[in-house]
Design a protein. Structure first.
Length: 226
């Protein structure tokens, strides 16, 4: 039986809005897609941990009927890997990698709260999304959110995950400046994952770039064949 429900997990500083195009394409393919916003813990954003997000993801996935897929982009991809055993298919979009692949990520330092909303600039959003149209870039600029530095520090320090035992598809952007495409390719080789390569796409381009609808359609076709 083909996949009929899907949980879509956004990346750091984003939200469920990142999946607006994909949700429409999934609906047209008769897949009921849910794209929740990850929530800070009651102790506040600075105290929010990766495990806080993982618990939310696990609870949201358990609410979906099977057969179900979990789909994650960037940090959401790492969260999707954490719960892959509870899904029937896994889709990763330029995922932050688990241990030991995390060691190949560019070195970065994160404050307690990363102010991607408060310090957002339209010029930097356009630079991060060179493959998006001006309207989408403006929409993203207005919707970035602040993020927990603790979550990002934990993710970049290495999160342990089991190798997924479900069919796995990975979308890989050739112009990803956050998660090197070469590293993702090597990681997917280890997982024997099916791949969709986008040589000219940016890190968030598969969701927000001009190719978003076409990429989502390829993912739906793959999920419908599971």
């Amino acid at each position: 039986m083909s996949i009929r429900t899907a949980l879509l997990l956004h990346g750091a500083g984003g939200g469920g809005w990142e999946w607006n195009v994909w949700r429409e394409v999934f609906a047209a393919g008769h897949i009921n897609a849910h794209a929740p916003d990850l929530q800070p813990s009651v102790a506040g954003l600075a105290a929010t941990s990766f495990s806080d997000y993982a618990a939310q993801v696990r609870a949201a996935l358990s609410d979906l009927s099977r057969p179900r897929a979990v789909v994650g982009a960037s940090m959401g991809g790492l969260l999707a890997l954490q719960v892959a055993s509870e899904a029937d298919a896994l889709v990763l979009v330029n995922p932050l990698p688990p241990r030991p692949w995390h060691a190949r990520l560019p070195l970065q330092e994160w404050p307690a709260v990363v102010r991607w909303h408060g310090d957002a600039r339209l010029a930097s959003t356009r630079a991060a999304l060179p493959d998006a149209d001006p309207v989408t870039a403006m929409y993203a600029f207005r919707n970035w959110r602040d993020e927990s530095g603790r979550v990002l520090r934990e993710a970049h320090a290495g999160i342990d995950t089991d190798a997924p035992l479900v069919p796995t598809l990975c979308v890989i952007s050739g112009q990803d400046r956050d998660v090197p495409a070469e590293m993702t390719e090597a990681f997917m080789d280890q997982l024997a994952a099916t791949r969709i390569g986008l040589p000219e796409a940016s890190h968030v381009g598969p969701l927000l770039g001009r190719q978003a609808s076409a990429v989502a359609a390829q993912v739906v076709a793959w999920l419908s064949a599971r």
